[in-house]
Design a protein around this ligand. Structure first.
Ligand SMILES: [Cu+2]
Length: 241
């Protein structure tokens, strides 16, 4: 293909169709397979400038948390949940084992001052929602919260964010949820911030896609990890218009 750039007007009969794909469907949270897994990751910058992806897991009733910097989050329904960090650097243990062929919802909360383009290998996904959170209670010095980070309102997904994506923009104080079906291949893949300096220092983490039967036989943590975060139940596609 060749592009010729010219200052002259062109006679081009092409008209962009109103609908580019007749097979495209928006994913909606309530219409995903009911057994889908949820995962939550926090984007955190340490005082020394180190940027990390912190995989979070819900602290269960009665669990010991002495000395841990926990992140408390209050959702749209007013429910507050405490999360512990189960990984924050590339070389930390793998936590996210995904059943081959399953659909998952991943939520990304940005507790830094910068926008991060969140990128997932292997799959294409759709952004389900962008929520706005007050993160004043988060203390970068400790990596924990002194008061819950809390839901403040619904943000908007842009028109160009409504399609199939492999990267989604997560602005400071936003919680963006994405949905993807993990089929095509099994194996070890990465998700990461797509800014080169960030993915190298240290915003990149592995996840593993494997057959559900093998996962069950091995009692893999992905199947038993507590559901970390449940976005609101009502799809908000209409509100984005
Ligand atoms: Cu980044």
């Amino acid at each position: 293909m060749e592009f010729r750039v010219s200052s002259q007007p062109v006679d081009d009969p092409f008209v962009l169709p109103a609908t580019l794909s007749t097979s495209y469907r928006r994913l909606e949270h309530d219409r995903l397979p009911p057994d889908h897994q949820h995962r939550l990751v926090a984007l955190v910058e340490y005082p020394d400038g180190m940027l990390t992806l912190r995989e979070l897991a819900e602290v269960q009733e009665g669990e010991a948390t002495a000395g841990e910097a926990l992140i408390a989050m209050t959702d749209e329904q007013g429910k507050t949940v405490q999360y512990r960090t189960v990984a924050k650097q590339f070389e930390d243990t793998v936590n996210w084992f995904v059943a081959y062929g399953s659909t998952e919802v991943w939520s990304i909360i940005n507790l830094t001052q910068d926008t991060h383009p969140f990128h997932v290998h292997l799959v294409q996904f759709q952004a389900l929602s962008r929520d706005l959170y007050n993160k004043d209670g988060f203390n970068p010095e400790t990596g924990g919260t002194t008061a819950p980070v809390f839901f403040q309102g619904h943000g908007t997904l842009d028109e160009n964010e409504m399609g199939w994506k492999d990267t989604v923009r997560v602005n400071p104080g936003e919680l963006v949820s994405i949905a993807a079906a993990f089929d095509g291949f099994t194996g070890r893949f990465m998700y990461h911030c797509h800014l080169l300096e960030h993915e190298d220092h240290d915003m990149m983490r592995p996840f593993i896609v494997m057959p559900a039967a093998a996962m069950a036989a091995m009692d893999m943590p992905g199947m038993s990890m507590p559901m970390p975060y449940r976005p609101r139940q009502t799809p908000t596609n209409g509100e984005h218009k």
